[in-house]
Design a protein around this ligand. Structure first.
Ligand code: GLU
Length: 429
């Protein structure tokens, strides 16, 4: 499940962008502006480790575009993080906020580190160090970070606390994904996974497929995956395979149960990073298969909800002919080579920046609540979220039908046109 070294997500993001820029005949100035980030920060974070040594961690923040509103996007803690990965993810955030039609731009951050091997105190020092390097470049009206891979509400709170100490005030709108009760929104934890399934529900309906007649295989068992599975099961679907990362062995495994996984049971034997305990799963009757096996299952629905570049030019050939829909929970899980094959084979792909836009949409709700210091009920949040994502899905799907476009291309056309219009209207291009 790890990204290969040869794969460059930023090249992939630019390839996707160029394809649509050509299609819509985007002028040269706008194209040059949008194919690279507006601002980029790379810096060192020195940390006094528990063993007495000082370790230097590399941190990043990239602000791709803020024509439609303050930059928005998560911070990833990952040992394989690269500046180019952050660049790509910041660009995808711009399209994500535009397609969801929320008044925000795109940003992303990261730190090269592995929280599996860091104490809570060391993680706190990284969070505070990250904010100290950026305290003047992020803010409630400029760039609003959030959680992403391996970052949590606790991390967000430490970051907020550091920012508030520096700026001398309370600024809950600085960051989203905060703990509920300390500026967080109800529903934020569920939002990304639920959003994936709101889109999946609409797609199945359009394809005239009943959710209760479908089975799914999911990659990843972190926050996004768990809540996607939860809602998919509520709709009547059955998940037969889940792949998860095994930290001790530095590899991933797929866990299969033909009559359907028991979500609560699996949650009970999973660590906070989404790693399922292999031995316990085996005792509970799960078949333990190689990490890639999630992709080759005879299922109707695939939900990649781990990292980028998982469905590639090579692995796409292993997909079973039965797969009808792929709902991309992760960012960038399908490479352009694989995408071309899926399009040719008529697989219905709900693209990442639409399918997983629930997280940032709920972050937007959190920001609104934080700024007015008044908080909504769970029901209010989830109802608003469902409306917003259902609307976004149908805007994309309608455009795809009208212009006979692959769904990813339709989402790109919509998003790029919205951002380009904002840049033009502001007089930037
Ligand atoms: N990290 C999430 C994403 O990739 C959420 C970003 C946010 O909430 O700002 O969409």
């Amino acid at each position: 499940m790890s990204a290969t070294t040869a794969f460059n997500p930023f090249t992939m993001a630019q390839t996707q962008f160029d394809k649509i820029a050509d299609r819509i005949g985007l002028d040269d100035g706008t194209r040059a502006l949008l194919r690279s980030p507006l601002r980029e920060y790379a810096f060192s974070i020195p940390v006094h480790m528990d063993d007495g040594n000082v370790q230097i961690f590399r941190g990043f923040r990239v602000q791709h575009n803020d024509a439609r509103g303050p930059c928005k996007g998560g911070i990833r803690f990952h040992p394989l993080e690269t500046f180019d990965t952050v660049r790509a993810l910041s660009m995808w955030m711009t399209w994500k906020c535009a397609v969801a039609d929320i008044p925000l731009g795109g940003g992303k951050g990261g730190v090269i580190c592995d929280p599996h091997n860091l104490s809570a105190r060391e993680q706190e020092a990284i969070c505070r160090g990250w904010v100290r390097q950026l305290a003047r470049d992020i803010g409630p009206v400029t760039d609003v970070p959030a959680p992403d891979v391996m970052t949590t509400p606790q991390h967000m709170l430490w970051m907020l606390d550091e920012y508030e100490a520096i700026h001398g005030g309370r600024y809950p709108g600085l960051i989203t994904g905060k703990p509920v009760g300390l500026g967080g929104s109800l529903g934020r934890t569920q939002a990304t996974g639920f959003g994936v399934v709101y889109c999946l529900r609409e797609a199945l309906q359009e394809l005239d497929i009943q959710p209760q007649d479908t089975t799914a295989s999911v990659q990843g068992f972190g926050n996004v995956s768990q809540y996607a599975i939860e809602l998919y099961h509520e709709l009547g679907g059955r998940t037969v395979c889940v792949a998860s990362w095994n930290q001790a062995e530095q590899t991933s495994y797929s866990f299969r149960k033909a009559d359907g996984i028991d979500l609560d049971q699996l949650r009970g034997i999973t660590n906070r990073f989404g790693g399922i305990d292999k031995e316990k799963a085996s005792d509970l009757g799960y078949e333990i298969l190689p990490g890639e096996a999630w992709l080759t299952q005879e299922v109707d629905v695939l939900i990649p909800a781990a990292l980028e570049a998982q469905i590639t030019g090579e692995s796409v050939a292993d997909l079973s002919g039965r797969v009808r829909v792929i709902a991309e929970g992760a960012n960038g899980p399908t490479t352009p080579e694989a995408d071309a094959v899926l399009e040719r084979n008529g697989v219905f792909v709900i693209p990442d920046f639409l399918a997983n836009a629930g997280g940032v949409t709920c972050s937007y709700f959190e920001q609104v609540q934080s700024n007015m210091n008044y908080y909504w009920t769970m029901d209010e949040v989830l109802t608003k979220l469902d409306h917003k994502l259902t609307d976004a899905y149908h805007s994309v799907s309608e455009l795809a039908r009208k212009q006979k476009l692959y769904l990813r291309d339709a989402a790109y056309v919509l998003a790029i046109n919205r951002v380009a219009t904002a840049c033009r209207d502001r007089g930037w291009v």
